[in-house]
Design a protein. Structure first.
Ligand SMILES: [Zn+2]
Length: 193
């Protein structure tokens, strides 16, 4: 058992060296596993009501990766016109509009003709800002919650949160700024000029 443990740590240390992450060690994160189970790269397990995995030697929530994967998937064909999505702008357009670049150009052309383009553009910008602030909020809250368990997935954050922060105060501050940002987005969206 000891021998096995030693080997695994050595392999991880080597991989970190190869990747240039000399200061990082997987031992620290493994140390926080309550059951001290032997986890390895790619394992998925449940702990504290969350799904976890090891990616690049770092323990992290699996749902986060899952979400990221879903966003990155691009279908082969445009759902609107059925043509093969091979234009270099297609991935970006699909992410926003769920259709290919050509279909977006066509749609925007119609909006310009009908005098609805400005309104449409404003909504795109506001939606973008909305999704940005939602990502930011969940990221910050997650980081804060994970620090309750004396555990932070990204190595650099461990020290920062460790210094005995007032979690309730930080949480309130985060929520305050998020609400303020959301308000400003809504004002922008409803502004007529
Ligand atoms: Zn299309």
């Amino acid at each position: 058992m000891l021998n096995k443990e030693f080997k695994r740590k050595d392999v991880e240390r080597m991989r970190n060296l190869i990747k240039g992450k000399t200061g990082e060690s997987a031992e620290l994160q493994v140390g926080y596993n309550t059951k001290k189970e032997d986890r390895k790269e790619g394992d998925i397990w449940e702990e504290g009501g969350k799904k976890w995995t090891i990616k690049d030697g770092i323990k992290q929530t699996y749902t986060k990766l899952d979400k990221f994967k879903k966003e990155a998937i691009l279908p082969l064909f445009c759902p609107e016109c059925g043509s093969l999505m091979k234009n270099r702008n297609d991935p970006k357009m699909y992410k926003i509009h769920k259709k290919c670049f050509d279909c977006v150009i066509e749609m925007e052309g119609k909006l310009i003709v009908n005098g609805e383009f400005k309104e449409y553009e404003k909504n795109i910008i506001a939606n973008n800002a909305d999704s940005y602030v939602k990502h930011l909020e969940s990221y910050l809250m997650e980081a804060l919650n994970e620090s309750n368990n004396q555990y932070i997935s990204e190595r650099g954050e461990v020290e920062r949160w460790k210094g005995g922060i007032n979690k309730k105060e930080v949480k309130n501050k985060i929520q305050e700024s998020i609400e303020d940002f959301k308000d400003r987005v809504e004002k922008y969206r409803n502004n007529d000029d």
